[in-house]
Write a protein of this length. Sequence first.
Length: 384
Amino acid sequence: MVRQSVGQWLEATCPNYDTALSPVSREAERELAASFDVNVPDIPYARYGNTISLAVAKNYADRVGATGLGFEARLTNCGMAAIRAVFETGIRCYADHLAAGKVLYGLTDELFRTAPDLFRTTKPHRFNAVRGLGPDVFPTGMRFMVFVETIGNGIPMPVFVLEKFLREHWNNQEVLVVDGTFTTCALLNPFGVYDRVRRDFGPGTIKLVYVESLSKYYRTGDIDHGTAGIIVAPQVFIAECDKVLAHGFGIQYPQLADFPVDLFGACAEVMPRLSFNAKAAAEFLRGHPRVRNVWYPGWDSELARGAGGVLYLEVETDERGAGERLFEPVIPFRASFGHAQSTHVDFGQFNQSLPPGTIRLAVGTRETPSQVVAKLQTALGPRL
């Protein structure tokens, strides 16, 4: 399904709005702001804080149930921009120490390793995001900013048990940053979990901050239009984060124009289908004689709605580069995921610490399970 883009929506509903850069009048700006119940920026600026981006972000926060819990949302020019802005805000205003799960996306991992120099903080504490979640994990008297992914982007793809962490740390002075790019709110909505814990315990002191890359599953069609990210955080955190976002982290309107105006709706259509396809691929690979290991969190009971479209496998080989040679003819290399057709990354070739046959497979958003399996059969041969 092709969803209505931000640009199409503006043309249809806001004819007085100059979609190239900024409103032709303050009145047009006020009309647009009023329609979405957002504040009119003091100085509308095309690169950050314009009413269009605030309106689209507000709609997302409404759709995932965050607004009624005291959260606000902001769009950024990419997922890493969202992470970096949150890091800077957290260290500057709320935390003295960093902690993170052991399995993280590569650029995020690099940011943590360089954090002492970048943020003038202590060496980050790394912990197992599945085990050891008790309050004693982080020393008392220290203000921690904790960073985790709903599903770790790397072997063994650990699943973070958000509700368990919130219940054990509810009244701690911590900032918990959750990157939900692998699952999205369509499969694992942290605000539903947050609300459930809040109903049991009452108001807490922990600050939940949600970040996600919008560059994967948030499209109006099959075309990859560009990059974007989102931050959803308590209002007090957003007020401080705005000061960081204004310095080059915001999304420009021309970049936003091709994204769906209903970000959550577009994602909610894709994610269950992707999960179904990926699980079929994992089942095929798990019994294949040329595959040593398969890592897919879709077998985890914590993810009842599905685990998205990414999995890792290890091909039977001692030669680095063999995975690319097998996959490239039918499943092309792409560094990111969320494309219309299945893609792969030969991590065994790029990362010497991993087994030579380590592959990340991302199933396509426009494929069927049989099509994905057929490609795997071509790459690896039929399963005996």
